[in-house]
Structure formats: structure tokens, C-alpha cells
Design a protein around this ligand. Structure first.
Ligand SMILES: Nc1ncnc2c1ncn2[C@@H]1O[C@H](COP(=O)(O)OP(=O)(O)OP(=O)(O)O)[C@@H](O)[C@H]1O
Length: 264
């Protein structure tokens, strides 16, 4: 059955940050992504939903080319980021990674101080001036809504933070490289409800300055925080539209069955 990629009339005139055209991906013989066409706008939260194994993580890992670390992966089609095809071998992955940050399911701070976690990326990019690094730390931790909680213990080990704080620190680490896009792969699945709420509120604030693509198993979360939602099933995009539309009047029966909990 054909997927439902209608014209989305959102009247915002926002630029596309990513345009995915006819993307296919294989892990060896396993055809994991099938003819994906998806345009992602800047300054929006785009949620990727769908049952386990439908290709959500695979898709976002192609957006920063993390996928190419897995042996035997083949792709066809195109993903253009700001107008350039990132799947083209001439596109330097290091350039992409300075523009596209990623936050993972489990908070993964380095076993270093809070301060060192945040300055890690900027230092790799050659910033050594202590005053500038201090400014980056304050700005990034404020941006990730964790500054007040940690400003008096910046030199303590990040492992001493709660899980929810560690995840916001990982978001701060991501902000420190001043990315354009933030990819989030189930960022709240290991967090308690209060930490989840904090990260959700943060995502809403961050979209003023960044484009956010979030994979989530939690449909209420997708409904609460995203502007657009893509429903994936068996490696295909079944429906992509404004989140309100997807959750109120989906066009495809399979989307309706999934969001009403009939499968998945
Ligand atoms: N490293 C890998 N090697 C081989 N096959 C893989 C690999 N990672 C994922 N796959 C396969 O690709 C398909 C999509 O998996 P993916 O992890 O993208 O799904 P998902 O929707 O993110 O699932 P979940 O919600 O369970 O995390 C599945 O068939 C999976 O078995």
C-alpha cells in the first residue's frame, strides 16, 4: 500500500534543513529503509514514531552518518542537509558532525568533570582560551536548563549527577559545539517522569534556535512536543504530517491502528 505523504500546509515557510529523497538502506540482505522521502524543517521538532524494528534509529543514524560505522551497510538515494548530499563520499563527515549533534537513549557523559564534559567538543575544535571555554560552559548549561543545579560543582564528576541531570548535561555537551540540528534517540526512555518533563520542556525551548528530530516510543510525548510526526512501519514512512493531524485524523488506517494502540 502506498504511503501517505500529503502536501503539508503549515504556512510557516520554514526552510528545509534535511531533504531525504528515495533513501534505501540495507544491513547486508536486510532492507531496513525503503524509499524514504521526508523533508525536515528548521526550527521545528520532528518526531519519528513506529513499532520496534521499523527503522527509526536507523533513519536518524543516517542523518549524521553514524550508520556507516556498521559493517555491511549499503545505501541508495539522497539525504541533503542544507542543500548538499551528505551521502556523497566527498562530504566530510567531520563537517557534518560539527553541525549535527546527537543525544542518546541512555545518558552517556564522559567519566570527567561537568566542566570537562561541556568543553570536550570545543577543545577538539581548537578552543583553548579559558575565558571563552568558561563562557561556553555557562551558556551551554543554561541552554540545557541545568546551570542552576550544577554551577557550584562544575569540577565534580558528571557521574555524581542524577540520570535526568546527566541527560541534560549531554544536551549541554551537544549545545557547546553550536550545532544546527539535534538528533535525539529516545532521550527520555531511561528517565523518571519529572526528568522526562524537564527534557520535554527543554526541547520546546531549544527549537527556537535548533532543528530537532526525536525518535520516541512514547506517543503522548510525540503529541506533546512535536510539530510534525513521521510514522514508520517495516522500514517505510507510512504517513508524515502535522502532529495534530496525525493524532486526530490520520489518513492511513495503519497509523490509526498504531496510535490507538492496536499494535506495536
Ligand atoms: N547493526 C545492525 N545490523 C543488522 N541489522 C540491524 C542493525 N541495526 C538494526 N538492524 C535491523 O534494522 C531494522 C530496523 O532497526 P532499527 O533499530 O532502526 O529499528 P527501531 O525502529 O529503531 O527499533 P527500536 O524501537 O526497537 O529501537 C531491524 O530489522 C533491525 O533488526
Amino acid at each position: 500500500m502506498a504511503s501517505v505523504i500529503e502536501h503539508i500546509s503549515d504556512e510557516t515557510n520554514r526552510e528545509n534543513v534535511y531533504k531525504t529523497k528515495e533513501l534505501n538502506l540495507w544491513y547486508g540482505e536486510n532492507h531496513a529503509l525503503k524509499n524514504i522521502n521526508l523533508d525536515i524543517n528548521e526550527n521545528e521538532v520532528t518526531a519519528i514514531i513506529g513499532p520496534s524494528g521499523c527503522g527509526k534509529s536507523t533513519y536518524i543514524k543516517t542523518l549524521n552518518r553514524m550508520i556507516e560505522l556498521i559493517p555491511g551497510v549499503k545505501t541508495s538515494g539522497e539525504i541533503s542537509y542544507r542543500g548538499r548530499n551528505i551521502l556523497d563520499r566527498s562530504y566530510k563527515v567531520e563537517d557534518l558532525r560539527t553541525k549535527v549533534g546527537m543525544v542518546f537513549q541512555k545518558p552517556n557523559p564522559f567519566p570527567k568533570s561537568i566542566y570537562e564534559n561541556v568543553v570536550y567538543g570545543p577543545k577538539i575544535h581548537g578552543i583553548r582560551d579559558k575565558k571563552i571555554l568558561d563562557e561556553i560552559v555557562e551558556k551551554s548549561l543554561k541552554g540545557a536548563a541545568i546551570w542552576d543545579e550544577v554551577k557550584d560543582r562544575l569540577n565534580q564528576n558528571a557521574y555524581g549527577l542524577s540520570g535526568g541531570q546527566q541527560q541534560r548535561l549531554c544536551i549541554a555537551r551537544c549545545l557547546a559545539i553550536e550545532p544546527d540540528v539535534i538528533l535525539m534517540d529516545e532521550p527520555t526512555s531511561a528517565l523518571d517522569p519529572i526528568s522526562t518533563l524537564k527534557v520535554e520542556e527543554l526541547v520546546q525551548e531549544l527549537k527556537q534556535n535548533f532543528s530537532i528530530i526525536i525518535v520516541t516510543h512514547n506517543m503522548q510525548q510525540a503529541a506533546r512536543i512535536s510539530d510534525k510526526t513521521a510514522f514508520f512501519l517495516s522500514g517505510e514512512v507510512i504517513e508524515f504530517n502535522l502532529t495534530n493531524k496525525i493524532f486526530s485524523t490520520p489518513s492511513d488506517k495503519r497509523t490509526e491502528d498504531y496510535i490507538t494502540g492496536r499494535f506495536g
